[in-house]
Design a protein around this ligand. Structure first.
Ligand SMILES: *[C@@H]1O[C@H](CO)[C@@H](O)[C@H](O)[C@H]1NC(C)=O
Length: 354
């Protein structure tokens, strides 16, 4: 808006240069007063009308909860994972249900990077049955599968000799549709079944991060109804909507970004039927579970992970449920523990225990 006003002012003074009379100078003041009024009017709209519009439209609440249209990082071509030095990765699109196309990256074990050059989808799909464990990484609530910490996880797993599949849920990245809690589970389960059809007897491990931990446990419980159990589940930066107050809920970033908005969204997830009952899910789950959590996680305090660990461990046992925490002095916060030099060993041990 401001840009448009400036342009108008510039073109006006350009015209006045040509005319070069004192009368024009007086005229010059008129449009700038007018643009000031227009600016005030714009501010009025933004600060008074916009919040009411948001209160009225639950659709916009959905955008605030998932922040899925924030394409971080910007200017990345999701069809070219090699641009992010994932040179043994293919981009593909899977239809998780009618009208929903998911963008998915499949990275093969790093030892196959030379062979993978120039290979097509069929080659990649065939590699899934090579006996190497397969990871499905369910990411958090902002941005795309190209975000640096997600690429970082894919690289760690690939270097360990595992396959990694990273989808963008519906509405995220270049995937079509709009996110809902049920829709995200459907997407995760579709990809799981797609992998299982191609992976023979290989282990298939689900790794959820942040929002993805809610998706992973929802999917696990849905699958239990068909008597199917994930081989292993890793929960990184898991949140607990049953125990966390609004200021520390991972979806509430906008409360501290835009403080006044708290008034308008007392319970955003309730309005949009966003529940993510992770604690209830953990009581039912039968998969070995590994919690990973940084002690300095600023969105989900470590105590929340400890509570969930206890819930899961008492539902199963301490052999099948582990919690590995990372010292606060390392500065990993909510996203950064993929950088830990001990992480590959921790993952390898978990996979060997499955
Ligand atoms: C391809 O990726 C592998 C594994 O990250 C790396 O070792 C290799 O140097 C890369 N090759 C090229 C040509 O970029």
């Amino acid at each position: 808006m401001r840009k448009r006003v400036d342009t108008q002012e510039n073109s006006f003074s350009a015209a006045s240069d040509v005319q070069g009379t004192a009368g024009v100078q007086r005229k010059e003041r008129a449009p700038s007063r007018w643009s000031l009024k227009r600016g005030l009017f714009a501010i009025l709209i933004i600060f008074i009308l916009a919040p009411f519009t948001l209160k009225i439209l639950p659709e916009l609440i959905q955008h605030l909860v998932y922040t899925h249209r924030v394409s971080v990082p910007f200017f990345v071509d999701l069809s070219q994972p090699a641009d992010l030095s994932l040179n043994h990765t293919i981009n593909m699109y899977l239809t998780s249900e009618k009208g929903i196309s998911l963008g998915v990256w499949h990275t093969v074990p790093e030892s196959q990077w030379k062979e993978a050059q120039g290979k097509d989808l069929a080659w990649y799909q065939n590699t899934l049955s090579d006996g190497s464990p397969v990871f499905i990484y369910l990411h958090g609530n902002t941005g795309t599968r190209a975000a640096p910490h997600r690429v970082g996880v894919a690289k760690v797993l690939s270097a360990l000799g595992y396959h990694v599949l990273v989808p963008d849920y519906r509405g995220f990245g270049d995937s079509t549709g709009e996110p809902t809690e049920a829709g995200l589970s459907t997407d995760a389960l579709y990809l799981y079944n797609w992998v299982k059809k191609r992976s023979g007897s290989s282990l298939v491990v689900i790794w959820g991060h942040s929002l993805g931990t809610g998706v992973a446990t929802n999917a696990a419980v849905k699958l239990l109804k068909q008597d199917v159990v994930f081989d292993g589940v890793m929960l990184e930066g898991a949140f607990n909507s049953a125990r966390q107050n609004i200021p520390v809920n991972p979806f509430s970033w906008y409360y501290w970004t835009f403080p006044g908005y708290g008034y308008f969204f007392p319970e955003p997830w309730a309005n949009n039927k966003v529940v993510f009952p992770t604690e209830e899910n953990l009581k039912k789950m039968k998969s070995p579970i590994l919690f990973l959590h940084a002690e300095d996680d600023h969105l989900v305090p470590i105590q929340v992970a400890q509570q969930m660990y206890e819930v899961a461990a008492s539902a199963q046992n301490a052999e099948r449920v582990k919690l590995v925490s990372f010292d606060g002095s390392l500065g990993y916060l909510h996203n950064g523990l993929y950088r830990d030099p001990h992480l590959p060993d921790i993952i390898k041990k978990f996979v060997q225990s499955l």
